[in-house]
Design a protein around this ligand. Structure first.
Ligand code: COA
Ligand code: MG
Length: 309
């Protein structure tokens, strides 16, 4: 059962099903990304940009943000370098005037890193005359081994926190793992643990849980299966690395007609039986968690309808 509440799935007033990474130094991919139906783009200044291209990428990303100024059709986020790198503050100085909707923060060591980034953002927001707190943060919360031991503390984190996502590649490198997947392509147990901890940490903090990338962008069937598993488990969206992945992700994280109809039946049944907390439908017991779940599905569907208009 998906436990995500309607508020928990929201990030800056919208739900993210798909967030597409676009290398910040690629004029071609930036221009291509405009027509991709992702809920958000993540303009990348970190690991998809070579060190010698970082400065040029900042300028390109800043220009892109300015060309697509607020209010935007889809949110524009920027992945900066990690706070332990001098590049991180250069990134913020280079792009904040373009008013990104949020910052994707890689390789967080603990929620303190998010608080620290929030303090930096506040200074930029003050200087630039933006509303304080308007720039949201999405940490990639499992990329360092230490990070796994403070995930529960996101509950007390900055109001800017829009969600939590996780990463398996940097974590594998950090621990010297030969692989993070088994022969069948499933996450090995250390990385399943990171995925699960991220999921529960996000729900504990009442923010969106966003699943990590599916690296094999040719394999759209495998992507669909991975999305279905993520939604089954309680993630509300997924990171994308290639435009072709976005439609698959959007569809997987949008309730189907069948789900919506069933949710309506459940809500109607409880409405028709005021004061009764346990009912039966089609021979199955339903109680309050099922009602909440049905309401969540209707809220997701309504949110999507209004987002599509
Ligand atoms: N954003 C926008 N456009 C993209 C894109 C992306 N992430 N990935 C590919 N495209 C474009 C390509 O430029 C190409 O358009 P074109 O034919 O007009 O040039 C089209 O989509 C098809 O791309 P394709 O040829 O299938 O892939 P590729 O070999 O050009 O690129 C990757 C493959 C993996 C290098 C590319 O998808 C990519 O850069 N992904 C993002 C990587 C990233 O940001 N990683 C960091 C997070 S893990
Ligand atoms: Mg990385």
């Amino acid at each position: 059962m998906q436990a995500l509440g309607p508020d928990a799935a929201e990030a800056g007033g919208m739900r993210f099903r798909s967030l597409l990474f676009v290398p910040g130094d690629s004029a071609r991919k930036l221009s291509k990304s405009v027509a991709v139906p992702a809920d958000a783009l993540i303009l990348d200044l970190e690991d998809s940009v070579a060190p010698e291209n970082k400065a040029a990428a900042r300028e390109r990303v800043a220009d892109f943000l300015s060309e697509h100024s607020q209010p935007r059709q889809k949110q524009l986020w920027v992945r900066i370098n990690s706070l332990d790198q001098p590049a991180a503050l250069k990134d913020l100085a280079g792009i904040m005037h373009g008013r990104p909707d949020g910052i994707v923060q890689p390789k967080t060591r603990s929620p303190d890193d998010v608080v620290l980034l929030g303090q930096h953002l506040e200074r930029f927001e003050k200087d630039l005359g933006f509303a304080i707190g308007s720039t949201r943060i999405l940490p990639v919360s499992t990329e360092t081994p230490a990070a796994l031991f403070s995930l529960g503390d996101y509950v007390h984190c900055d109001q800017r926190l829009a969600g939590l996502t996780w990463g398996a590649e940097d974590l594998a490198t950090a621990v010297g793992a030969l692989s993070n997947k088994d022969r069948d392509g499933n996450w090995t147990s250390p990385f399943q643990l990171a995925r699960s901890l991220c999921l529960f940490a996000a729900h504990a903090a009442e923010v969106a849980a966003i699943d990590t990338i599916y690296a094999d962008f040719f394999d759209l069937e495998g992507l669909r299966a991975s999305c279905d598993e993520a939604r089954r488990d309680g993630f509300s969206g997924k990171l994308a690395i290639h435009p072709d992945q976005v439609v698959v992700i959007n569809s997987a994280f949008t309730p189907s007609e069948e789900e919506i109809n069933q949710a309506r039946r459940i809500v109607d049944l409880f409405a028709a039986n005021p004061g009764v907390a346990a009912l039966s439908l089609d021979g199955v017991m339903l109680d309050i968690p099922h009602l909440k779940q049905a309401r969540n599905i209707l809220a997701m569907a309504a949110d999507r309808d209004s987002g599509d208009r």
